[in-house]
Design a protein around this ligand. Structure first.
Ligand SMILES: *Cc1c(COP(=O)(O)O)cnc(C)c1O
Length: 404
């Protein structure tokens, strides 16, 4: 086993070597501009893009004409929210989203609020799930867009997208889904889910960084968007700019591999995740699972270790790449707004660690991680006066701390 161990696959994933192999010729021999219509270099590049578009469309059961390439899910989310808000301004000025969305949805929503758009941020239950009835109740005759994520990037909770899609359709409201964590990991079918727009990204599915897509429905309804960039009118006018052909070819290959291997891969990842969960939670007291017990991504595990600071824990296991519920959202070490939205207290939110199992995670790495986590948590707790008091049976909530 090689150190360090990478167990942060929600942040990004390594490129699959098969993806790199597929990309390489497009940097050198096949370097043409896919928009060059009058020579073989252009045709060759265009062929690479076409193949990739089909591979990506197949993974989500879309038509390849419905795939708009962007620089990643952040751009896709911005294009969906801002593009719809601007295009349908006459129709209405209200957007519905949820409080546990990725910053790449929350921040464009906030920016639209500054321009007069009204945004409803739905709360979630203690598993992190959006209630479809809340979506229904929030819809007004001014609602132009619903944006709810498929799977959460911190806690892995999978939302009832199909139910929300039905409600959106029934009410005639466009439905966008940030599916960045779900695509390639669990079956995603845009027809079944009833989504009109959907964001996802190559680097979360063992493809290259800097390329993503926005699925834009072409029929029933035909979704229109105001583009964010003016230029050559690429991507049906929705996203101008010369296509990064090597990245797109890699994205396509990554999508094809996910499509072919998802069934076996998800079972294998779930087994590793459950092994990690049992190894940690079965051997320690005062550890709490965050997120949904069953409706969650196969590779996700999020645990709070009471009486331990997540950041301190990460420093204690430096040879394992993990994420804490404090660091990822801000530079000021605020506890994760996602965990807070679930009703997790500030202390336990600060004590949380996200484990992200991926395609290349091994059983050996999982067992090593279990052993190191047990030791590191026990070590930190031994040094914690709070833990000592709790063990002596003192109810910490009744303690009156001296003011400084
Ligand atoms: C990673 C991620 C994003 C941002 O994707 P980029 O391609 O890095 O811009 C957006 N939403 C979710 C849920 C993510 O996990």
């Amino acid at each position: 086993m090689k150190l360090p161990i990478y167990m942060d696959n929600h942040s990004t994933t390594p490129c699959d070597p098969r993806v790199v192999d597929a990309m390489l010729p497009y940097f050198t021999e096949k370097f043409g501009n896919s928009a060059s219509r009058n020579h073989s270099f252009g045709w060759e590049a265009e062929e690479g893009v076409d193949t990739a578009r089909k591979q990506i469309a197949k993974l989500i059961n879309a038509d390849s004409k419905e795939i708009v390439f962007t620089s990643g899910a952040t751009e896709s989310n911005n294009l969906a929210l801002k593009g719809v808000a601007e295009m349908y301004r006459e129709k209405g000025d209200h957007i519905i989203t949820s409080s546990t969305e990725h910053r790449a949805v929350i921040d464009p929503a906030k920016s639209l609020e500054k321009k007069g758009v009204k945004v409803t941020y739905l709360s979630v239950d203690k598993t992190g799930t959006v209630n479809p009835d809340d979506v229904r109740n929030a819809i007004t005759d001014k609602t132009i867009l619903i944006s709810i994520m498929l799977a959460n990037n911190e806690i892995g909770t999978i939302n009832p997208i199909k139910e929300i899609g039905k409600i959106a359709k029934e009410k005639g409201v466009l439905f966008h889904c940030d599916a960045t964590q779900g695509v390639g990991k669990i079956p995603v079918n845009v027809q079944e889910l009833g989504v009109d727009l959907m964001s996802f990204s190559a680097h979360k599915i063992y493809g290259p960084k800097g390329i993503g897509a926005l699925y834009v429905r072409r029929r029933a309804p035909r979704v229109r968007l105001v583009p964010m960039l003016d230029g050559g009118g690429h991507e049906r006018g929705m996203r101008s700019g010369t296509l990064p052909v090597p990245l797109i070819v890699g994205f396509g290959k990554a999508a094809e591999l996910c499509e072919q291997e998802m069934a076996t891969e998800s079972v294998r990842m779930m087994a590793l995740r459950d092994r990690l969960k049992a190894g940690i939670m079965g051997a320690m007291e005062e550890v709490y699972l965050n997120g949904h017990p069953t409706e969650r991504l196969p590779g996700n595990l999020n645990i709070s270790f009471a009486y331990v600071e997540g950041e301190a824990l990460l420093m204690g296991v430096k040879e394992i790449a993990l994420s804490s519920g404090s660091a990822c959202t801000s530079a000021t070490l605020e506890p994760s707004y996602v965990l807070r939205a679930l009703g997790v207290g500030s202390d336990l939110a600060h004590s949380s660690i996200r484990f992200g199992i991926g395609r290349f995670t091994t059983e050996e790495e999982v067992d090593y991680t279990i052993d190191r986590m047990l030791k590191a948590v026990n070590h930190l707790r031994e040094m914690s006066p709070l833990y000592e008091m709790a063990k002596e049976g003192i109810d910490l909530s009744t303690v009156e701390w001296a003011a400084h």
